[in-house]
Design a protein around this ligand. Structure first.
Ligand code: NAD
Length: 265
């Protein structure tokens, strides 16, 4: 990758992380890479930490499509971190010798009340912020699919299917399948109220719309990956697969399913 020379490093600026990342600066010069302070000038963005730091690195740098993202773990290897911090030399060698491939992760586009839009790499989550049943009409394209009553919903990307979605019995979805998965949080199901009751997966061309019943419980907590949304009152949310993907550096023998096996089995 001869044209990929400018690296932006993203990590928490505490003493522990500063110490951990310090050795990396030495390798950079040696291999002819530049560290840039402005992420807009980078063509490689590298996060140091865990999956949460990787998610933040992608969000804070604007989900750039013209960049390669790389996750470096400072603990155990996890889903978005393909490399470990004490393997930095072999990582730089791998990049230099082109032993890496590019992995593409689908993202989702979320629009709130036709006004505010954002992307998610793991999931969009919405849940009641008070002790009262939360009611939403759920539409798939123009079809009124169900009226949901319960705690909330999680709409995940394929790579997010191993995160929050998995904890609520979602299926693990191969990131090569461009799709979104919708999973319920504690739905109410009885003779009066009915929801599908199982997660469902929508193909990339579909749009999911959630219309929140304006009954006093219309100030839900909404999350875009690991960040809370600051808007509070909401009436309508549109969610669809984005046409933008996140590119990451991948070692040739490290498929998504190898990561799943390593993480969960
Ligand atoms: P973090 O790095 O502390 O992450 C928490 C845990 O989630 C870690 O073990 C991390 O490795 C794992 N994780 C994050 N993304 C993952 C993915 N795509 N596949 C597998 N594991 C993943 O950082 P954080 O800021 O707390 O993480 C945010 C994520 O935590 C959210 O995007 C959401 O998916 C997840 N989350 C899960 C639950 C739950 O399982 N009940 C609740 C809230 C949030």
């Amino acid at each position: 990758m001869p044209d990929r020379r400018n690296i932006f490093l993203y990590y928490k600026k505490n003493q522990e992380m500063i110490e951990k990342v310090k050795p990396f600066y030495e390798y950079i010069d040696h291999y002819g890479f530049n560290i840039v302070q402005d992420h807009r000038k980078a063509n490689i963005i590298m996060s140091f930490g865990g999956d949460g730091t990787f998610l933040q690195a992608v969000r804070k740098t604007g989900f750039r499509e013209d960049c390669l993202y790389t996750g470096v773990s400072t603990g155990k290897l996890n889903v978005y971190c393909d490399f470990q911090i004490d393997e930095i030399a072999s990582m730089v060698e791998a990049v230099k010798n082109e032993e890496t491939e590019v992995r593409r992760y689908p993202t989702i586009d979320v629009t709130v009340d036709d006004q505010m839009s954002f992307q998610c790499l793991n999931e969009f989550s919405i849940r009641s912020s008070i002790i009262k049943t939360f009611v939403m009409d759920v539409f798939i394209d123009d079809l009124h699919f169900e009226t949901f009553r319960g705690d909330g919903m999680v709409v995940s990307t394929p790579s997010g299917s191993t995160a929050y979605s998995k904890s609520i019995n979602g299926a693990i979805v191969d990131p090569l399948v461009p799709s979104i998965q919708v999973s319920e949080l504690a739905s109410l199901n009885n003779n009066q109220y009915r929801t599908l009751g199982s997660p469902f997966i929508l193909s990339g061309g579909r749009q999911l719309t959630l219309r929140i019943l304006q009954d006093g419980n219309d100030h839900p907590t909404m999350g875009m990956d690991n960040e809370a949304l600051s808007i509070q009152h909401v009436e309508k949310i549109n969610i669809k697969l984005s046409d933008k993907q996140i590119k990451t550096v991948k070692l040739k023998n490290n498929s998504f399913w190898e990561k799943v096996k390593r993480t969960f089995l």
